[in-house]
Design a protein around this ligand. Structure first.
Ligand code: T4K
Length: 388
């Protein structure tokens, strides 16, 4: 039997820069005595991200959820928005906080992103926008969705929380649609401890986002709108700036991890991997989702998830339950049977993937999965033999 890992292997672990470098960076904050409210490091960081995303239209926030919430508010989105149930709850919560009705439609089976045909079928006179998610960093069908949005005069908004570093046709993913939200949470491949960012097409809207994240202040004595507090602080920006220097090596390491998983798990009966992405996509290897077929693998996804824990491996069932099945969204009327999303939600498991995960450990995780699978297969065939 393969031994369990001595230390827990989590689904994600934040990349941390060299501690001495970070301490050096902290000295600037100490010297400045400036911790938040448009500090110099936040401003510098904004410029670095602007360069990385090839646009001046970036706005930083304290986290991704507030970025999306404020983005929707600033763009005046109301009524109904067509969205996916196969996502983290924050996507839908940001609609709820804006009193927008979510209209859940199904996803496509290869990469779990919104199915454009289902989107088009769900448009009503009250629809104002499409809120699509580049889930696991897999880009949505950006050109088809853009065409639908244009023909129906809808805003196209992306929850790009998982998509830092992704490119489509050599264009940064944040340049697609009217607005995109990125999360810089610690569990993401790129992070600033907590943090979020909007990229957007209309440069005129930047000042609205700036007001909304800072109480609506125009000056010491003028408040122009009822904003909230969603500012990024200097510590976050320092971390974000330092992690940005390493983002290419982070993505490269994740590519290597993914390659091992793919090579070793491809032939495992009952474990299904995503197809190869189209050649024009520069992927970020944000997550490592696999689907478990209970009959073929010999145990359900949930049994497999529990079994891995016995080996000190903590995978996650992102995204199960579907958002529409959480108690707070149960009352939302849904016309679409969500067949693909339901199947994905019941079968999916995301395996550990992070910069510090040793390639030998990835091999071992795969060996454990293979051993679990074949043990089940042997168990099933001896049960069958006993019945004959
Ligand atoms: N839209 C989408 C599609 C999203 O996925 C998210 C966030 C958002 C919007 C909202 O963006 P933010 O407001 O968060 O910026 C995690 C994250 O908290 C969440 O940011 C993320 N999505 C979601 C997919 O995953 P949990 O509840 O799974 O996190 P947690 O605490 O269980 O962490 C997962 C594993 O990571 C742990 O088992 C251990 C490890 N870990 C975690 C932290 C926080 C560490 O090793 N170190 C750490 O500091 O939600």
């Amino acid at each position: 039997m393969i031994k369990p890992f001595k230390k827990p292997i989590y689904v994600a672990r934040p990349f941390l820069p060299n501690l001495d470098d970070f301490s050096e960076g902290l000295k600037e904050i100490w010297d400045n005595h400036w911790l938040t409210n448009k500090g110099p490091i936040v401003q510098r960081f904004g410029q670095e991200l602007s360069n990385y995303f090839e646009t001046d239209n970036v706005c930083l926030f304290t986290n991704g959820t507030l970025a999306l919430q404020i983005g929707l508010q600033g763009m005046g989105i109301a009524g109904e928005v067509i969205t996916t149930p196969f996502t983290f709850v924050a996507t839908t919560h940001s609609l709820f906080w804006n009193k927008i009705r979510p209209v859940f439609v199904d996803i496509e089976p290869d990469f779990y992103t919104l199915d454009p045909e289902k989107v088009e079928a769900a448009i009503t006179p009250w629809t104002t926008a499409i809120l699509a998610v580049h889930v696991f960093g897999y880009p949505c069908k950006v050109n088809v969705l853009a065409d639908i949005a244009r023909r129906h005069n809808l805003k196209l908004i992306y929850d790009a929380a998982h998509a830092f570093g992704v490119r489509v046709g050599n264009k940064p993913i944040g340049l697609f649609g009217d607005m995109s939200m990125f999360s810089f949470h610690a569990t993401k491949l790129y992070h600033s401890i907590e943090g979020g960012m909007l990229t957007f097409q209309d440069s005129g809207i930047k000042s609205i986002f700036d007001y909304l994240k800072n109480f609506g202040f125009e000056s010491e004595v003028e408040v122009v709108m009822p904003g909230t507090n969603a500012k990024m602080n200097e510590m976050q920006a320092l971390m974000g700036s330092m992690v940005l220097e390493h983002v290419n090596e982070i993505i490269e390491k994740r590519r290597q991890i993914t390659a091992i998983y793919r090579e070793k798990l491809e032939a495992v009966s009952g474990i299904y991997l995503r197809p190869e992405l189209p050649k024009d996509i520069g992927y970020n290897y944000a997550y490592m989702p696999v689907e478990v077929d209970e009959k073929e693998f010999g145990m359900s996804r949930d049994q497999f998830y529990e079994k891995l824990k016995e080996y000190n491996i903590y995978s996650r069932r992102y995204f199960y339950p579907l958002v529409c099945d959480f108690a707070c969204y149960k009352s939302v009327a849904i016309k679409d049977p969500l067949t693909v999303a339901r199947k994905a939600g019941e079968r999916i498991l995301t395996l550990p993937i992070y910069y510090d995960l040793a390639l030998d450990d990835v091999q071992r995780i795969c060996d454990i999965i293979i051993a679990i699978g074949s043990k089940q297969a042997n168990h099933q065939s001896s049960e069958l033999a006993a019945k004959v």
